[in-house]
Design a protein around this ligand. Sequence first.
Ligand SMILES: Nc1ncnc2c1ncn2[C@@H]1O[C@H](COP(=O)(O)OP(=O)(O)OP(=O)(O)O)[C@@H](O)[C@H]1O
Ligand code: SF4
Ligand SMILES: [Mg+2]
Length: 367
Amino acid sequence: MTRGPMTRPPRPAAATGSTGSTGSTGSTGSTGSTGSTTTLDVRGLRVTLPGTARPVLDGIDLTVGSGETVALVGESGSGKTLTSRSALGLLPPGATTEGTVLVEGHDVLAMNADRLRVLRTDTVAMIFQDPRAALNPLRRIGDFLTESVCSARTGDRAMGRATATARAVELLDAVGLDDTALKKYPSQVSGGMLQRVMIAAALMGDPALLLADEPTTALDVTTQAEVIALLARLRERFGTGLLFVTHDLDLAAAISDRVYVMYAGRIVETGPAETLFACPRHPYTAALLASTPRLTTPGGRLAAIPGQPPDLRTTVPGCAFAARCPLATEVCDEHTPAPLQVSEGPVHLAACHHSDRLIGEGSAVDA
Ligand SMILES: Nc1ncnc2c1ncn2[C@@H]1O[C@H](COP(=O)(O)OP(=O)(O)OP(=O)(O)O)[C@@H](O)[C@H]1O
Ligand code: SF4
Ligand SMILES: [Mg+2]
């Protein structure tokens, strides 16, 4: 049966079989997904790489609901990319894992190569930072768009060339491009157009989950805004869950329903975007906000966060932020803080022994 280009198909048998399935679709997850069903549910994910003294991801709990936009923010090296790639089963060679990564209820970490291929074609798609690096310069854009659903799919999941082309044209239209793009080579279009092509390509398989890892970093500011607006519209139109990885806190606040803040391989704070940015309850979130330039405070001093995150070759007995934290006390050096609910209402967790001291501070903690 041929499906219409804009409808979500039933999930393919190969991605919904029993192997590796550990949970039921539709749980709300423990970390506050606001979508009607939980598309991505990462529970206690611990990833250790060869040659490191501590896990590179250390007990990540994260959910993305269907149709929900969730931002993952944090400094370089905090583990944002590894966390998002875990939803594709793409972890570095030699990585050992604990915990589960459920996509629509099925454990990605337990999938064999065939099921991972199906997952990556049909259920989860990723938009990369640099579209030019992700495209073959010798292939036309039309071929790039259609080949994933034509050649990577087999049996009754395969899409005919004509159907795939029709879908490509419809998706190009959805991202603001016309069908002349099909015949062009990547070198013949601008970076902004190419990122739109990447977004269209990501939607070709009608994914339940879209991973966008710094998708606008390589673009100029105007094009960035266009691409962000486009992603928001598409998310609404297709009901896709979106995990948006960024360094940019203002962007995260503008685009997302909920935010996760990562530091040194852990989630240190999570909550609704509005609450978390208005009333951060972890000193690292507060320091990140204080170091973000704002139009409302022109000429104001930006508080750079002193020091560096701990090296992966060292173990950290207490809070990983202690060496940089203005609120640190003895207990912080000795005991790793667990994430605790810090405000009334929706899930808002902070992993800090002294999160109470931030009540009423806004982002005023001067790191
Ligand atoms: N293939 C790999 N081999 C060894 N270490 C790795 C590998 N990939 C990532 N790491 C390490 O894991 C940590 C987390 O990396 P990750 O790329 O997830 O960070 P990030 O938060 O996405 O950073 P950025 O903002 O710079 O993209 C870093 O310390 C990084 O050096
Ligand atoms: S636990 Fe202590 S060191 Fe860590 S963020 Fe909180 S106050 Fe700072
Ligand atoms: Mg990254």
